[in-house]
Design a protein around this ligand. Structure first.
Ligand code: AGP
Length: 612
């Protein structure tokens, strides 16, 4: 949540920061701002709305300077408006700050600063931090870096900050605790970002700032120390983001591009891991923890939103093939109860961004209890990837659309690979079945390619139901999480109320909702629950409900009952079930577009939820 960009070097900072903010807009987009030092003075420009609104508002103003910071906001404290937008300047104008996170004790700090004469222009916790730094700086002759360090010792909560000091416009000071910051290293120039996307065209050399670290960055160099003053030697890593990944590449929206990328992203996720010629699955990142996985008493999967849905698919896959009991938990609930976890448990955290605050906290709790903690993340070098004992990256590529699509199918691909690998190693799967399951896994990209050809047909269905107020999604077994995911996609981008239910549960309540207006989307492919789902469709039709069924190609039985069908290639077993989510992604996308919604940046949401 919130995107941060900083630049210090020989180039003009403004275009670098503005373009960087546009790339980080997926993290928050209710207001944006920039601070620039032009060699004589510091200007701060802030605007309610998108980065483009900020850009328009500064047209004709002084945007010179080779040092600056920028921010795109997802509001936590104070409504989205010009004055709550970042950067925030301290009361005496000595410090300018951009902040991602929440200062939990800001009220206390604010009261104390008020008694010392401070007044505040915004309702944000971030302005309080700027003032606290200034207050400490002005108490005694210390460097701005020391003032930041001392102030942070008084702060509770989460932060990724970049600070400019108007007395010392030769440096940027960056610090983090639980909110990501990456420093890009160029030739006598440095970039800062919430991730590396703002500066990929300038450098691929990066340093990931760790929790409780402060970096002082000048054109001459980068110095990192811990909040307790220990010197840290920066570890330079190479970041691997393809420039094309962060462009729309001819698609009208990132979400559509990412839906269409799925055949490729799943192939990339399996590449080198599923060796079909020798019927083998190898996940390099798990080799060292295989004994713990195979002997796990229980697997606990934690995640949020779409990643939690992938976890539910994982439960099905692990129990079916690895025969290990699985519990799937919302990370946000798990961390606040007193869960019983022990050393024989394996906890798997699933996260696209690798930065979700609740998932990170759940990991920390599980580690404390001695469990082996694994991560399934998309963002290389992310906090969750670094905090876990081992893990597997989903090679889905950068996902920018706030609604997760290709990350979901990549996560399920990883879970399927894990379940099969463990199942085979435990001799739960016979050789011939294993061969067949690997074939099924390998056929997924091609099957999705085929489904994508139905986009026009799905668009026609979308046209008919774009004005609905409610929708119900039904599925059984491993298709229940697909139903949940379909419903989440629809509500988050089209703002239509939608619910996902296990189909058999319908008669225990939701059946009361059925009328001749609400579409009921049923995942009804031919597998072991087929006869039962046919019954569920009949129950909907008997009440004059509208059925949109996702069916196996050539299924004339359901085609005769349903109002609309979307055909998908046959799926032999649970491993391929994820393909049925693709038509649901497209349906949501087209409905949202037809309703005039901003699908890539839906209201109130942000891509990376780094606050609790
Ligand atoms: C998905 O469409 C959502 N935007 C959201 O539910 C997301 O999956 C959730 O916030 C978890 O994010 P993560 O995978 O980055 O941890």
């Amino acid at each position: 949540m919130c995107g941060i960009v900083g630049y210090i070097g020989g180039q003009s900072a403004y275009p670098i920061i503005i373009n960087g903010l546009k790339r980080l807009e997926y993290r928050g987009y209710d207001s944006a701002g920039i601070a620039l030092y032009n060699g004589k003075s510091t200007s701060v420009y802030k605007k309610y709305g998108k980065v483009s609104d900020l850009e328009n508002s500064v047209a004709g103003l002084d945007t010179n300077g080779c040092l600056g910071i920028g921010h795109t906001r997802w509001a936590t404290h104070g409504e989205p408006n010009d004055k709550n937008a970042h950067p925030h300047m301290s009361m005496h104008g000595k410090f300018v700050i951009v902040h991602n996170g929440i200062i939990e004790n800001y009220n206390n700090l604010k009261k104390r600063l008020t008694t010392r004469g401070y007044t505040f222009k915004s309702e944000t916790d971030s302005e309080v931090l700027a003032d606290l730094i200034e207050y400490i700086y002005e108490l005694s002759p210390i460097s701005p870096d020391d003032a930041v360090q001392l102030a942070l010792r008084k702060v509770q909560g989460a932060y990724g900050i970049v600070v400019m000091c108007t007395d010392h416009p030769d440096r940027l000071i960056a610090a983090r605790k639980s909110s990501p910051l990456v420093i890009g290293i160029g030739d006598k120039e440095y970039f800062i970002g919430s991730d590396a996307s703002p500066f990929v065209e300038y450098t691929d050399q990066v340093v990931y700032l760790d929790n409780d670290q402060i970096a002082v960055i000048s054109r001459e160099g980068l110095n990192i120390k811990s909040i307790n003053n220990a010197v840290v030697t920066p570890e330079i890593k190479k970041v691997d983001i393809d420039f094309d990944e962060i462009e729309k590449g001819g698609f009208s929206h990132f979400m559509l591009k990412e839906i269409y990328e799925q055949p490729r992203s799943i192939t990339d996720t399996m590449r080198g891991r599923v060796l079909s010629e020798v019927d083998k699955i190898t996940l390099g990142g798990l080799i060292d923890v295989m004994p713990r996985l195979m002997n796990a008493r229980r697997i606990i999967i934690v995640g949020c939103g779409t990643s939690w849905h992938a976890g539910l698919m994982g439960e099905y896959l692990f129990e079916e093939y690895a025969r290990i009991p699985v519990e799937v938990e919302y990370a946000s609930e798990f961390r606040y109860r007193n869960p019983i976890i022990n050393q024989e448990d394996v906890v798997i955290a699933i996260s696209q961004s690798g930065e979700t605050a609740d998932t990170l906290a759940a990991i920390q709790l599980a580690k404390k209890c001695g469990a082996c903690v694994l991560g399934i993340c998309n963002v290389v070098g992310s906090s969750i990837a670094r905090e876990t004992d081992a893990g597997v990256y989903t090679h889905a590529g950068v996902e920018i659309g706030v609604a997760s699509t290709k990350a979901f199918t990549a996560q399920v691909s990883v879970l399927a690979m894990m379940a099969l690998m463990i199942g085979r190693a435990k001799y739960n799967i016979k050789s011939a079945d294993y061969h067949q399951l690997i074939r099924e896994l390998m056929s997924i990209p091609e099957k999705i390619e085929h489904i994508l050809k139905s986009a026009d047909h799905i668009k026609e269905i979308a046209e008919k139901y774009k004005d609905s107020s409610n929708a119900l999604y039904l599925g059984r077994g491993c298709y229940y999480p697909v139903a949940l995911e379909g419903a989440l996609k629809l509500k988050e981008i089209s703002y239509i109320h939608a619910e996902g239910y296990p189909a058999a549960e319908m008669k225990h309540g939701p059946i009361a909702l059925i009328d001749d207006k609400m579409p009921v989307i049923v995942i009804a492919t031919k597998d072991k629950g087929y006869e039962k789902i046919v019954n569920n469709i009949q129950e909907v039709k008997a009440r004059k409900g509208i059925v949109i069924a996702v069916i196996t190609e050539g299924d004339t039985t359901i085609a005769a009952m349903a109002d609309h069908v979307i055909e998908v290639p046959a799926v032999e077993n649970a491993v391929g079930a994820m393909i049925t989510v693709v038509p649901l992604q497209l349906l949501s996308y087209y409905i949202a577009i037809m309703r005039g919604c901003n699908v890539d940046q839906p209201r109130n949401l942000a891509k990376s939820v780094t606050v609790e």
